[in-house]
Design a protein around this ligand. Structure first.
Ligand code: ZN
Length: 132
């Protein structure tokens, strides 16, 4: 397993980590298999989405923040970040990407992102490359 950290700048943002995951893959020398990308946090996640138009990411930040409000008097969690936990559950903690001929089999428009929902923070990402 390899891991790396990502420093986020905003409370909610998507940070592209495709090249960092690809670096983990190239260190492994695995040609065929899968890469599991896992985020060990409860207020962040991992997702795959558009890597070309940055407006897709800003739209996702805008709409998820609108749908899941930061402040809601019905939240019972005392830390004040229930919205972050909810968003993290929607995103999920991991993604699995197929490896073929030593490369991540992402679509042309796909990128791997750390989804930050309670930043700014330093986040860990674990990458497990499995030959098969
Ligand atoms: Zn919390």
């Amino acid at each position: 397993m390899t891991n790396f950290t990502v420093r986020t700048d905003k409370r909610t943002e998507f940070v592209k980590i495709t090249s960092l995951v690809a670096k983990c893959l190239s260190k492994s020398s695995v040609q065929e298999g899968i890469a599991v990308v896992f985020c060990p946090h409860t207020t962040a996640g991992i997702t795959i989405n558009e890597n070309a138009d940055p407006h897709v990411l800003s739209d996702m930040v805008m709409k998820t923040s609108e749908l899941i409000e930061h402040r809601d008097p019905r939240y019972q969690h005392g830390e004040g970040n229930s919205d972050s936990h909810l968003k993290s559950t929607l995103t999920g903690a991991s993604e699995t990407v197929i490896i073929k001929e030593g490369r991540l089999q992402l679509g042309t428009w796909q990128g791997i992102y750390l989804a930050e929902f309670d930043g700014p923070r330093t986040r860990c990402v674990y990458v497990k490359i499995i030959k098969g």
